[in-house]
Design a binder for this molecule. Structure first.
Ligand code: ADE
Length: 259
């Protein structure tokens, strides 16, 4: 059984076809770590001819709303398709802002049912009946929940053991469990480019010095770019393991400007 199953409910299933067949996600699906099933909401429309699922709002106003009946019928049917009931997540700009802590919590659910809105949103009874977790990926309005659903999937699967090649790498990500600060700068070959060189500390093989330098860089970067993160609780500030690499291996940190 996969560690995480996503059911996506959408009016535009084709949006996901490219995404599901690429890169890390594709590998995770192939390895059986993640399962993703896309459902076309129109298949649950009572309108067998045009598969209509939207209508005008009572009381007037612009745009169309997604109707309650097809959504409830779809979610009930989709719930019954999986081995365990899923947590219903409704993607909406009115939702709780998605951050790394919430990503970590989401990854603990074996099954997430992602409900993507379109138009002016859903009939409010969808929320009253399903009581979903409402999630926003930021204070801006997208054309629908599909891109937000991809963001949820992309960030959550990184938490599943085995999805990333290196088990420690998601812990080192900016904002992650072991590191509530921004990630430190990284470098690879060549050692020098147009007079910009890799910091010496990364080349000398002193792993303690490298770890100390990275911690300092992380703090400094956070202070400059995201001071708000430093106000967060400090009990889980970075624990950056020393790199295990030889002297000549590709390095990691901010460069020296050309003189
Ligand atoms: N649907 C439209 N805008 C959205 C947003 N910012 N987050 C999640 N879902 C959305």
């Amino acid at each position: 059984m996969p560690a995480l199953r996503f059911d996506i409910i959408t009016l535009f299933p084709e949006i996901f076809s490219g995404y599901l067949t690429q890169s890390l996600l594709h590998k995770a699906i192939e390895a059986g770590l993640v399962e993703i099933v896309v459902h076309d909401l129109r298949e649950w429309s009572a309108d067998t001819k045009h598969h209509k699922v939207d209508d005008r709002p009572y009381g007037g106003g612009p745009g169309m709303l997604i109707q309650v009946e097809p959504v409830i019928a779809c979610v009930e049917a989709v719930q019954a398709m999986g081995p365990t009931p899923g947590q219903v997540v409704l993607l909406t700009p009115q939702g709780k802002p998605l951050g790394q802590r919430l990503v970590e919590q989401l990854s603990l659910h074996p099954r997430l049912i992602l409900l993507c809105g379109r138009y002016e949103g859903f009939d409010h009874r969808v929320l009253e009946i399903l009581q979903p977790m409402e999630l926003s990926i930021g204070d801006y309005v997208l054309n629908g929940g599909e891109v937000a659903a991809m963001v949820v999937i992309d960030s959550t699967i990184r938490m599943v053991p085995g999805v990333l090649g290196d088990e420690t790498s998601s812990h080192l990500d900016s904002f992650s469990r072991g590191n509530r600060l921004l990630e430190f700068p990284q470098y690879t070959r060549p050692r020098e480019f147009r007079g910009w060189s890799v910091p010496d500390v990364l080349l000398n093989g002193n792993h303690e010095a490298i770890a100390a330098w990275r911690s300092a860089q992380s703090r400094q970067r956070t202070l400059m770019q995201r001071k708000d993160l430093l106000a967060a609780p400090t009990q889980d500030l970075p624990t950056i393991p020393p790199a295990v690499s030889g002297n000549d291996s590709p390095p990691a940190a901010p460069g020296t400007a050309p003189s």
